[in-house]
Design a protein around this ligand. Structure first.
Ligand SMILES: [Zn+2]
Length: 163
């Protein structure tokens, strides 16, 4: 008899859960900012072929590929894009911006979280929007420039990090 009562309660809970279901479970494929086509989730092999580094990794590739060469990586184990789709030039700049940041952290000048707080201030961006995966060509260039300035000061005066 107890079981019956429990079942009723669970049904009620289910109804409550249904109304609560507001968060989207599926991630929408991002639209290509270059040509306006929608991207498609593909295995990394689709672009890298035999040069794929991480087996099983995914990319959002512009449906105009290879005519349009834009794509972006996906956070491991999810369908969440790492940023906006980028062409080869922007991908290159984002890699260089990441490296510039890594150099500051590796030099011991700033911590990994500290460097992004500093960068958001330098670029006048909210901290939550300070992700290189979303940066434009311009913001990547600014990031590299700002990082180089810091490193020059750091190397010039090893004990003092002038940000
Ligand atoms: Zn495209």
């Amino acid at each position: 008899m107890r079981n019956t009562r429990k079942a009723v309660r669970i049904d009620g809970y289910k109804g409550y859960g249904y109304r609560q279901r507001k968060e989207p479970k599926t991630v929408k494929a991002p639209v290509c900012p270059y040509c306006g086509r929608v991207s498609v989730l593909r295995p990394a092999e689709y672009v890298y072929g035999e040069n794929t580094i991480t087996e099983g990794s995914l990319l959002y590739v512009c449906s105009g590929y290879p005519g349009c060469g834009a794509y972006v990586g996906v956070h491991e184990g999810t369908k969440k894009p790492k940023g906006t789709l980028a062409d080869s030039e922007l991908r290159n700049k984002r890699i260089r911006a990441h490296r510039a940041i890594d150099r500051i952290v590796q030099a011991g000048c700033m911590s990994k979280s500290g460097v992004y707080i500093w960068l958001s201030g330098r670029l006048n961006l909210p901290y939550e929007e300070t992700h290189i995966g979303y940066f434009s060509d311009y913001l990547c260039e600014e990031t590299i420039r700002e990082c180089e300035k810091v490193m020059e000061n750091w190397n010039g005066n090893r004990k003092q990090c002038v940000a």
